[in-house]
Design a binder for this molecule. Structure first.
Ligand code: F6R
Length: 260
């Protein structure tokens, strides 16, 4: 796991966008795993800027999103299918039929979860997976004590997560209680994982998953088992890390050709 401490969200967005751009340069039909929520917005804004100003193209790419609320209509403004369309894919040259999301409105949710896993497999797996992290250490919507080898399935949200997300829904009572999410085992199959986090409210979760034990109580800690994870954080999100000086020293001394 490589931890990169950056001055702010803009620099986090630029470095994560570099990873995506260099992937697309070597593989135009790359498979991207995308997260919703606030954390990846600077990455999406930077990719859109490069698309508009420098011709970065997503025309051959495919996208799989991580998770979805259960029970929201697919065109509900807070369904993650809508959020990723608004925040990113509609602003790029990415055909809508190349963006797949878990189906939280399916009649048969377990069958829809199996189909989603099969679709990721038949696309050849995810090349780069972008992640945020919840204040309770969740990735996707894998809440604490999720199985470390879980697959796409239905989960119940923690009240803490519902409170965190109530800002998008205009009140806690409107936040769904259930979600479908790629499992931790599913996420771990991505070839490169880039997790972005900013702000002091993420500091404890960042410390726990980077430097704490691998434990289901902090689902993101499973990333310690993955061979290629880049954690991009600002100083506030890094403020509880014990080895922050070491991370700065290692990144500053890294040869430029190495990339992330
Ligand atoms: C959303 C997702 C979640 C968020 C996490 C952090 O697709 O997978 O794990 O990344 O809840 O949310 P923000 O970025 O809004 O703080």
């Amino acid at each position: 796991m490589e931890v990169v401490i950056l001055p702010g969200a803009k620099q986090i967005g630029a470095l994560a966008a570099d990873v995506v751009e260099s992937l697309l340069a070597r593989k135009a039909d790359a498979v991207l795993g995308l997260a919703t929520g606030s954390s990846p917005l600077p990455v999406y804004d930077e990719l859109v800027r490069r698309h508009r100003e420098q011709g970065l193209s997503f025309a051959g790419a495919r996208v799989f999103t991580l998770d979805e609320y259960v029970g929201l209509a697919p065109d509900h403004p807070q369904s993650y299918r809508e959020v990723i369309r608004r925040d990113f894919t509609d602003r790029m040259d990415l055909p809508a039929d190349r963006v797949l999301c878990p189906d939280g409105a399916a009649q048969d949710l377990p069958a829809a979860c199996l189909e989603y896993e099969a679709a990721i497999r038949s696309a050849g797996g995810v090349d780069v997976q972008l992640l945020g992290v919840g204040t309770d250490g969740h990735i996707g919507f894998n809440e604490p004590v999720s199985s470390l080898s879980s697959r796409t399935r239905i989960k119940t949200l923690l009240e803490q997560t519902r409170r965190d997300n109530s800002r998008f829904f205009g009140g806690l009572e409107h936040v769904p209680r259930h979600v479908v999410t790629q499992g931790l085992g599913t996420i771990l199959e991505a070839r490169h994982i880039v997790l972005v986090a900013a702000g002091a409210r993420k500091a404890e979760a960042v410390h726990d998953f980077v430097e704490g034990p691998v434990a289901a109580i902090c689902p993101a800690s499973v990333l310690q088992l993955h061979p290629h994870v880049s954690v991009l954080v600002d100083a506030a999100a890094a403020s509880a890390l014990q080895l922050s000086e070491y991370y700065r020293h290692s990144y500053n001394g890294k040869p430029a050709w190495q990339g992330l």
